[in-house]
Design a protein around this ligand. Structure first.
Ligand SMILES: O=C(O)CCC(=O)C(=O)O
Length: 253
């Protein structure tokens, strides 16, 4: 296995808008995360607010697909989110101090996990300047069959594309003019449990659904903003409020 130096990690991220760090967590650490996550899903998720847990089908608990704000709901995940191990990578890549914004859990259950529409996280973040990273920690073996993440290299240098409302719960906005040239430029990223993918907030990415018959596709998503980036709180709160109302009225929450 090649071990990347911090300089190589930063060069790759600056060039492509993403970088893959293999075996960022060792197998013991991955097992600890999995075990805490299993407990969390069993014991805490039933009490979480509806807006922080999304299901493919909310009447079937086994179809849980996304959790929000884990660091505020659980001390184990809070410690992980603010640990030097993760914060240090965010600081290296953004070249500045950072603020933790959100720790999410993503799943695509076997057979029914829905696709992630093409998007740029920065469109959701509403930051000025738009300087942030998302780290995607694989908790399962991930490839094309269960919906690996696909990046467009260099897209972080081309600004924000136009987005429009999608019907995907948890990814309410997608690039509205995603075209053949975009599909052709994608790089699918295979990952093993413990591998860390990191992308810039302007890097275009998407994922297919999980078409495998028996493999889940679980990951943790760590979002850090550059400390000097300012969030448009009013605009974001207004959007969240109207989205939550709309999803509740549609019976999705
Ligand atoms: O897990 C996925 O399918 C996509 C995750 C994503 O879009 C992100 O971490 O920004």
């Amino acid at each position: 296995m090649t071990i990347l130096t911090p300089t190589q990690i930063k060069e790759s991220f600056d060039r492509d808008g993403y970088v893959v760090i293999p075996s960022f967590l060792n197998p013991l650490q991955v097992a600890q995360v999995q075990s805490r996550m299993d407990e969390f899903v069993r014991e805490v998720v039933p009490y979480l607010p509806a807006k922080h847990k999304f299901y493919e089908d909310k009447d079937r608990p086994e179809t849980l697909k996304q959790l929000q704000d884990l660091s505020n709901h659980d001390p184990f995940f809070g410690r992980m989110f603010f640990s030097e191990q993760f914060v240090g990578v965010a600081e290296l890549l953004l070249g500045s101090a950072v603020q933790g914004a959100n720790l999410q859990w993503f799943n695509k259950p076997a057979k029914i996990g829905s696709p992630t529409p093409p998007h740029q996280d920065g469109y959701y973040f509403m930051l000025e300047p738009n300087e942030a990273v998302t780290m995607w920690l694989a908790l399962d073996e991930v490839d094309e069959a269960n919906g690996c993440v696909r990046y467009i290299p260099g897209s972080h240098r081309k600004g924000i594309r136009s987005h429009a409302r999608t019907t995907t719960l948890g990814f309410s906005q997608g690039i509205s003019d995603y075209a053949d040239a975009d599909y052709a430029a994608e790089v699918p990223i295979h990952a093993k449990p413990g591998d860390l993918l990191v992308h810039h907030s302007l890097t275009i990415h998407r994922a297919d659904g999980n078409t495998s018959s028996d493999r889940s596709r679980r990951a943790l998503g760590f979002v850090y903003y550059a400390r000097h980036a300012r969030e448009d709180f009013d605009r974001k709160a207004a959007y969240q409020k109207s989205l939550t109302r709309e999803l509740a009225e549609a019976g999705k929450l």
